[in-house]
Design a protein around this ligand. Structure first.
Ligand SMILES: *Cc1c(COP(=O)(O)O)cnc(C)c1O
Length: 448
């Protein structure tokens, strides 16, 4: 929402236009996700500039909104998908098979059925398998197309234990078994095109040594595989590039990360592929939420807001820090009314869980009922991880791009939450040839 930060490596929460954001909650209600598609495009372009010789696939799971996918696709990005649903969205956004990688992690049967079916129409699709079982299950379905092997390099990094995938046994074939598995796949007629690993998410500058070590192992493995089954088309070192969430944290210097990756990889006769998710969308999004309760508790002031862990789960799930700004206080300060005093505040949501807080005892300008708070860096793993716990409908999303702002996804209602139950009643009533008044779709439609 600013014209300043065109190509800078981070857009801070303070740079968003407070008045414009507040107008959006007046028009679209609260809580509200706001995503700036122009910033998404800029982040992608900065990655391409730093990695000119690499293929950049956007990891869809960071933010799968159709507008994000079409924006990135038009800018030239490929799409890395974690489920059949994401592949469906990628195709709907206009991606061709050759622009899509599907990464299968313990894939449900329905996902594999759907993918193999889609492969019939899009034979250039690439499937990344993380176990020999997955390869067998693909073969059972007649798939012998482009295959990439996800390996477990035994090194993890990232912002939280739960996202350090690189060493977690769950992900990938142990690197020392990769050559055997790929030889076997090649013998069975698969088109072996690449190897893949993802070290973890939110890798920061101080973890770059672990990241370099990980890339070096991928380079060694690529040379081993090339010796055994022939040259690979690409070596995919995953995503994980971190962004600064704290106001005083410095952004990664992409060019040095890129240099380090090229150095560590060494000479391989294959293209480098990267799969950033968070980096592309995190600072392009904010979550707006309205203060409805201000309570003096014993040791802190509790500020109750209408967004919670169902809207943005990262603080509850990963103890993640997100910057928070009081837009009303900023407006008062800039209109000459003078700034508000700051006091320690605990910003908490409406969910009946003690973990449902966005921050604890953080110094913020005094909050008043009706104020709008902006929560920064909410573009990645925000709406994607939202859920309906406490029968709480998911929020609306608006996008900003090409000079206008529009609703990209309407706010859910309680009727959206309960619809599968009503449909189930309708189905059972039809089976029994009776009427069930509770199967009506008209109740609740206006309840948020
Ligand atoms: C989640 C994920 C990514 C993206 O991670 P970011 O930290 O968002 O960059 C890339 N590749 C795979 C396989 C993933 O699971």
């Amino acid at each position: 929402m600013t014209d300043v930060a065109d190509s800078s490596s981070i857009r801070r929460l303070s740079e968003w236009d407070a008045a414009e954001l507040r107008t959006l909650t007046e028009e679209y209600g609260s809580p509200l996700y706001v995503l700036d598609l122009e910033r998404v495009r800029q982040n992608y372009r900065r990655l391409v500039a730093a990695f000119p010789d690499a293929d950049v696939l956007y990891a869809v799971k960071a933010n799968a909104l159709g507008d994000v996918l079409s924006t990135l696709r038009e800018a030239g990005a490929g799409l890395e998908c974690a489920s059949a649903g994401e592949v469906k969205r990628a195709l709907e956004a206009g991606a061709s098979g050759s622009e899509i990688h599907y990464t299968a992690v313990n894939p449900p049967a329905g996902d594999l059925d759907w993918i193999v079916d889609a492969w019939g129409d899009h034979p250039a699709l690439t499937v990344t398998a993380g176990s020999a079982d997955t390869i067998d299950r693909l073969a059972d379905r007649g798939y012998d197309g482009r295959l990439c092997l996800r390996v477990n390099p035994g090194i993890g990094a990232g912002h939280h234990e739960k996202v350090r995938t690189g060493a977690a046994a769950k992900f990938g074939v142990p690197a020392e078994r990769a050559v055997d598995v790929l030889e076997d796949a090649a013998d069975r007629g698969f088109d072996v095109v690449g190897i893949h690993a993802h070290v973890g998410s939110g890798v920061s500058s101080d973890q770059l040594d672990a990241h370099r070590e990980f890339v070096a192992r991928m380079g060694d493995l690529a040379r081993d595989v090339a010796g055994a089954v022939g040259d690979l088309e690409f070596v995919d070192v995953g995503g994980g590039f971190g962004v600064p969430y704290r106001e005083d944290e410095e952004p990664l210097v992409l060019e040095s990360v890129a240099d380090a990756i090229r150095d560590a990889l060494g000479a391989v006769d294959a293209r480098l592929t990267i799969e950033p998710g968070r980096y592309v969308v995190a600072d392009a999004g904010v979550l707006l939420t309205e203060v409805n309760t201000v309570k003096d508790a014993r040791e802190t002031t509790v500020v109750g807001v209408d967004a919670g862990m169902t809207t943005l789960i990262r603080p509850a799930m990963y103890d993640a820090y997100h910057p928070i700004r009081n837009l009303a206080a900023d407006a008062a300060a800039s209109s000459g009314e003078g700034g508000r005093e700051t006091v320690p505040q605990t910003v908490a949501g409406p969910i009946c869980e003690s973990g449902d807080v966005f921050c604890a005892d953080r110094e913020l300008p005094v909050s008043e009922r009706g104020d709008i708070l902006a929560i920064g860096n909410a573009g990645a793993y925000g709406y994607e991880m939202a859920n309906q716990y406490n029968s709480r409908p998911r929020p609306a999303s608006v996008v900003r791009g090409d000079g206008d702002v529009r609703l990209a996804r309407r706010r859910e209602t309680v009727a959206d939450v309960t619809r599968p139950e009503r449909e189930a009643r309708r189905i059972s009533a039809a089976d029994r040839k009776t009427d069930d008044p509770r199967a009506s779709d008209s109740d609740n439609d206006l309840v948020r």
